[in-house]
Design a protein around this ligand. Structure first.
Ligand code: EPZ
Length: 420
């Protein structure tokens, strides 16, 4: 397993170009299952989760060609309607194949993803909604099987604005006869991006980006050419890393309007931020002021930035409170940050962080994508050498992270497993 060696305490300076959004690319790639025509999707980041998605699409019967951030997906053979456990356990987003497959073939078998490091993460909201469209549900050997003699548009209210359930149901309802109204939908920017892709295929959708989405099913969909939106979480991670390590960076090819809650929090912490149409300039103002955050569905503070934010608060001039309201176990970075000298007390879903003057480098371990990103931000700010193990988690979500950080002056090196 690769590891990162980071010599911290060096301010960042320069420009970073932001990649396409992983979480927007995943459902768009899955929506190629809705058509027999060619789909060309650009600005797709080169990441492990994207490779896993291509593997899944190939298993299901598509031909995928991926190079220079462009994914070309063509039909290869008759599509299968089962998703194997080996792929689902590598990447939970594999469940997003269910919506398109159920819509087209009225039958799908998917392995239940099981829990993961950040929480139990059931898919009950997806399943209940598919039932409302007419699916019958069976459970066999760890798989859920959905079948439907016929599917019909329905009014569905999600008990929680789940991002994945909103996407899965959108991708199903576009081919379901009649009108489907989805209520209490997620409003994350990845949802309007998916809607735009689906509309490009000929789908009829209204209200994406609000809590209520209305979809009128059509008989078939054509291929697409779609350019994925910039990654707001990657953008936010580098903004926080700069505030923590010191210095000033310009993030290009991003969308500042999708990061309002973070921009507000960073300004309150003292950082200087200037936003342009598709760029953000961040300048650290030294040790940050303590600023508490509560994570929430968009436009709230993103759970995916809670870990990096905590790293920043570890060196604040006082005490801050961080409350995690999306996942039940998303403080896995806390013991690792403590190894670097952070003072954090966790009680339930709240962490109280008592800022220290400086963190010190240490050997630590990444246990999920964003916990890994939190450790990178902390290591950049810390004095001395850190060794971050299990970098494969970070590689699931950050394209060329060490190259991008090196280009702004960070002292970061990847040590390959075979060299260790
Ligand atoms: C998406 O996950 C993202 N993943 C996550 O990004 C992100 O953290 C999350 O949304 C929240 O913003 C992708 O887009 C691929 P949810 P998703 O369904 O869709 C509970 C990252 O690091 N829930 O909105 O799985 C669930 O357990 C990741 O890039 C149910 O109880 O998130 C969680 O507590 C990780 N039943 C909450 O809702 C369900 O059927 C939010 O989950 C579905 C969800």
């Amino acid at each position: 397993m690769d590891k990162f060696i980071i010599e911290g305490g060096r301010p960042l300076k320069g420009t970073i170009r932001i990649s396409g959004s992983k979480n927007a690319a995943l459902p768009i790639l899955m929506s190629s299952l809705l058509t027999r025509e060619k789909c060309v999707i650009s600005n797709v980041p080169e990441l492990r989760d994207i490779r896993t998605t291509h593997q899944l699409l190939k298993y299901l019967g598509k031909k995928c060609d991926f190079s220079r951030n462009v994914s070309v997906i063509l039909p290869d053979r008759k599509l299968r309607t089962d998703t194997p456990y080996d792929l689902v356990k590598q990447m939970r987003a594999s469940v997003l194949a269910v919506g398109p497959l159920l819509a087209r073939f009225h039958r799908v078998r998917v392995s239940l993803p099981g829990g993961c490091a950040i929480g139990v993460r059931p898919i009950d909201i997806h399943i209940e909604a598919f039932k409302k469209l007419g699916a019958r549900i069976y459970y066999r050997q760890g798989d859920v099987i959905m079948t439907a003699a016929r599917l019909k548009g329905a009014r569905i209210r999600f008990k929680f604005p789940s991002v994945g359930a909103t996407e899965n149901l959108m991708m199903c309802a576009v081919l379901v006869p009649g009108t489907t109204v989805l209520e209490n939908c997620a409003m994350e920017p990845e949802i309007p991006d998916l809607a735009q892709g689906l509309k490009g295929m000929g789908a009829v959708i209204k209200g994406e980006g609000t809590r209520t989405i209305k979809i009128c099913g059509v008989r078939s969909l054509r291929g697409i050419m779609h350019n994925v939106i910039p990654d707001r979480i990657e953008t936010g991670t580098y903004m926080i890393a700069c505030a923590a390590a010191g210095g000033e960076i310009l993030l290009k090819g991003t969308a500042p309007g999708r990061l309002k809650s973070l921009v507000r929090a960073l300004r309150n912490a003292g950082a200087r931020i200037r936003t342009g149409e598709n760029q953000i300039f961040v300048k650290s103002a030294g040790r940050p002021s303590p600023v508490g955050v509560v994570t929430g569905p968009y436009p709230g503070f993103p759970t995916d930035l809670q870990g990096p934010w905590m790293s920043l608060m570890c060196i604040a001039r006082g005490k801050s409170r961080i409350c995690e309201k999306i996942f039940e176990n998303r403080f896995i970075h806390v013991p690792e940050l403590a190894r670097m000298g952070a003072h954090i007390a966790v009680s339930g879903n709240t962490a109280v962080v008592e800022g220290v003057r400086q963190l010190s480098g240490a050997p630590v371990m990444a246990s999920d994508i964003r916990a890994g990103a939190a450790l990178v931000a902390a290591a950049l700010a810390a004095k001395g050498r850190s060794e971050i193990r299990r970098v494969y988690h970070i590689d699931r979500g950050y394209e060329k992270i060490e190259g991008k950080l090196k280009s702004v002056g960070a002292n970061i090196k990847r040590v390959r497993r075979d060299v260790v």
